[in-house]
Design a protein around this ligand. Structure first.
Ligand code: HMG
Ligand code: MG
Length: 285
């Protein structure tokens, strides 16, 4: 039996959050519905953040209300604080994710608080999620480089990742937010994190700004990681990370994994059609 690798699909959230043109809610729903038929077990649908900060995600509840829910698929959303969690719960998110940074500069620009303050905000989210029996994933951004502070030390990443696991996140996704990581810097970062957290509780979230994301996935596979985040068509970027391009393309990761003998459960033909649809959303003619 081939070994499985799971791809968490980020397109509707990380992929679309940076779009300047407001995309119709109905089109976002169509994208999620197409992705539901591709074989994913996790789709990050939207985020319950401040609509003043990220207007593109203002229709989060309407998107979750409109999608066709395929059994076996987790429909997840980002929640930066308790207010976001309560909105997500009411809208029927199956799972939520809190998001921290390993660098102070990005933490301030992205969520308007220090790293320590962000962790304090997440604790009540984790408590409420436990009561509501909603699993919580954690992100750490800027795991090798920060657009404001420059290079980020591996120990800073390990510290924040460990704090997220300790407060109850079932998994921590390690974000190369601006795609500046290389196999060497990602490898050093992973070694520090793996000294504290087993590979089975980690995921790689690599943006492909400089075309190194597949190489970074390869070094992560070597170290035992089996979950990666990707966006159909390589969509995306972060509004608070200047120059950040999209997540690594799901199609490219799936092709690489299949060629290496891993199983993803994804239907590449359907994925290609979803990718074309996603590109038309960004570039309407
Ligand atoms: P703030 O302004 O400091 O918040 O923003 P506040 O608590 O002072 O509240 C100010 C106003 O926002 C209030 O409204 C609140 O009600 C409202 P007002 O009284 O002025 O009318 N508010 C909210 N509204 C809706 N939903 C909420 C919410 N919270 C407060 N949840 C905050 C702090 C975190 C909210 C803000 O900075 C924010 O929304 N940031 C969004 C950042 C974001 O979405 N970034 C992109 C996603 S992260 C990412 O892409 C990285 C990742 O992909 C991994 C990687 O690549 O590294 C995950
Ligand atoms: Mg991202």
């Amino acid at each position: 039996m081939p070994e499985a690798v799971t791809l968490y699909e980020m397109g509707p959230r990380d992929g679309l959050q940076n779009e300047a043109r407001q995309i119709d809610t109905a089109d976002k729903i169509r994208l999620v519905d197409q992705l539901s038929d591709c074989g994913f077990s996790y789709i990050e649908v939207t985020s319950f953040v401040s609509p003043k900060w990220v207007p593109q995600m203002a229709d989060a509840a309407a998107v979750l209300a409109g999608i066709r829910r395929k059994p076996g698929v987790i429909y997840a959303a980002l929640t930066p604080n308790l207010q976001g969690f309560e909105r997500a719960l009411e809208a029927g998110a199956d799972e939520v994710a809190v998001f921290a940074s390993a660098s102070e500069g990005f933490s301030q620009r992205n969520i308007n608080c220090s790293i320590a303050e962000s962790l304090d905000r997440f604790r009540p989210v984790l408590q409420s999620a436990r009561t509501a029996m909603i699993p919580v994933r954690g992100y750490v951004s800027c795991v090798t480089d920060c657009p404001y502070d420059g290079p980020v030390g591996p120990e800073a990443v390990a510290e924040v990742a460990e704090a997220l696991v300790r407060m109850g996140c079932y998994q921590v996704s390690l974000g190369d937010t601006i795609g500046a990581g290389t196999p060497e810097t990602i490898g050093r970062m992973l070694d520090a994190v793996l000294a504290r957290i087993p590979a089975g509780r980690l995921a790689g979230h690599y943006h492909d700004t400089r075309g190194r994301a597949l190489d970074n996935i390869a070094v992560s596979l070597d170290r035992g990681l089996r979950v990666f985040d990707s966006s159909v068509g390589g969509l995306g970027g972060c509004p608070f990370a200047p120059g950040a391009k999209g997540n690594v393309a799901t199609e490219a990761v799936a092709a690489m994994l299949h060629a290496a003998g891993f199983e993803t459960g994804l239907d590449l033909d359907r994925l290609a059609r979803a990718g074309e649809f996603a590109h038309r959303l960004r570039n309407p003619t």
